[in-house]
Design a protein around this ligand. Structure first.
Ligand code: NDP
Length: 398
């Protein structure tokens, strides 16, 4: 019997549970565990085949070890928060099971976005004969696979990479984030870093902007350059890159709210004393903002995420754009979540499927671009995230 343990029952956990349940030949048994068991039970109730649920505090290694020993899964899919990555990796090492996540480890007190902590597990996973797959969401995740695919099939030498993440969705709320608010706001308020001529260059958050018209009528949006974790692994694994940048769309309304929240101190991640109790303003803000998991009901529009890549092919300059568009309402009717959770949860399931079936295997810690992109690209087309390629002047790059 092949069994998977999913940890985390938020927006992404809901999609992963549904998508694994759709592939019973690979995921013969599914256990969904999280801090709040009721959330796991609510997700399980919406899935047509029975899945098991459990309560676990993923900050606590002995609790995780006890759950893994009891359930004996072949692998763990971690879709809790980035803070839990290292404890879950420790528990996987102690119990001898494979590991996958969608976001790199971050310490709670400083927004760092570095792979260093998880890459440090390389030797321990390799020695134990186990595989840890890092960042199997959309970005990071599919964007790494798109890069590997272009480097394998479309370009002989990759020079320029621009990852463009547009969420053309409208949830109808005055202000909400479309994945975990604490993680999202830490990411977008951090200083921007992009890679140029062999080094990362730091610029103020949101200081570089372009207007991007998405293909397939998704719309025209303002995109802002920001740091994103896949830039670190991609520039390491594709050393021919001269420049690598990441862009994300934000509405004027979102940015205005964020500016005000920042100005009044609500996005701080250091503790302040309130009524004698230390609280983290950003964590308090999360508690009063809409739950991203509930946005699916009202979100309309599409996401459009892809890579624009320029380099050489047969001695000639060539530019390619590989992208996916995903409809919020279609995702909601399939799995009860909006497209941001869907575009993260489907690649997590696909990464796990390739590991469970031995199509992707290895000993140690891997980023997505280190593995053969072809089976992953094929699975994207089969499991709800079809992609397309534009070339040359058809690419809408401003
Ligand atoms: P949510 O906040 O909706 O869900 C997180 C879940 O993790 C909740 O169920 C929460 O439990 C649970 N959790 C938190 N702490 C613990 C703990 N100590 N022990 C057990 N469970 C815990 O987040 P999302 O679903 O939006 O995001 C999940 C992950 O996906 C995040 O790491 C995020 O960074 C990543 N992500 C990756 C993307 C990509 O493309 N690569 C894009 C979007 C997200 P409770 O319900 O009790 O709070």
């Amino acid at each position: 019997m092949r069994k998977v343990l999913i940890i985390g029952a938020g927006g992404v956990g809901q999609v992963v549970a549904h998508k694994c349940a759709q592939v019973p030949a690979v995921f013969q048994e599914i256990v969904l565990a999280s801090r709040t068991k009721e959330k796991c039970d609510a997700i399980a109730a919406g899935i047509s085949r029975p899945i098991k649920t459990a309560q676990v505090d993923a900050d606590n290694v002995p609790e995780l070890v006890a759950l893994i020993r009891q359930e004996r899964p072949d692998m763990v899919i971690n879709v809790a928060l980035p803070y839990q990555d290292l404890t879950i990796m420790d528990a996987c090492l102690e119990t001898g099971v494979h590991y996958l996540d969608t976001a790199n480890y971050e310490p709670r007190d400083v927004a760092k976005f570095e792979y260093r902590w998880q890459w440090d597990y390389q030797e321990r996973f390799a020695k134990a004969g186990l595989m840890a797959l890092l960042g199997s969401g959309f970005d990071p995740g599919v964007t790494n696979v798109f890069t590997a695919y272009a480097a394998k099939h479309l370009l002989d030498t990759l020079h320029y990479l621009d990852i463009v993440d547009v969420n053309g969705g409208d949830h109808g709320k005055p202000f909400a984030t479309n994945f975990n608010p604490e993680i999202n706001i830490r990411e977008v308020t951090a200083p921007c870093r992009h890679y140029e001529d062999g080094a990362f260059v730091e610029t103020p958050a949101m200081s570089t902007k372009k207007t991007f018209t998405c293909p397939e009528g998704v719309g025209t949006y303002n995109i802002y350059r920001l740091y994103h974790e896949e830039l670190e692994s991609l520039t390491k694994h594709f050393p021919t890159l001269k420049r690598a940048q990441f862009w994300m769309s934000f509405s004027d309304n979102y940015l205005k709210h964020l500016e005000v929240l920042g100005n009044v101190g609500m996005t701080r991640i250091d503790p302040v004393i309130y009524n004698g109790v230390p609280i983290i303003p950003l964590q308090f803000l999360k508690a009063v903002l809409p739950d991203p998991g509930d946005l699916g009901k009202t979100t309309k529009g599409r996401t459009c995420i892809g890579n624009i890549m320029r380099g050489l092919k047969d001695g000639e300059e060539r530019t390619v754009y590989i992208y996916n568009t995903c409809d919020h309402e279609a995702c909601y009717s399939e799995v009860g979540s909006q497209a941001v959770s869907y575009t993260t949860g489907v690649p997590a399931m696909i990464g796990a499927m390739l590991m469970m079936t031995g199509v992707w295997q290895g000993k140690g810690v891997f980023n997505m671009e280190q593995l053969d992109p072809d089976p992953f690209m094929k699975a994207l087309n089969e499991h709800g995230l079809p992609w397309a390629i534009l070339e040359g002047t058809d690419i809408p790059w401003p």
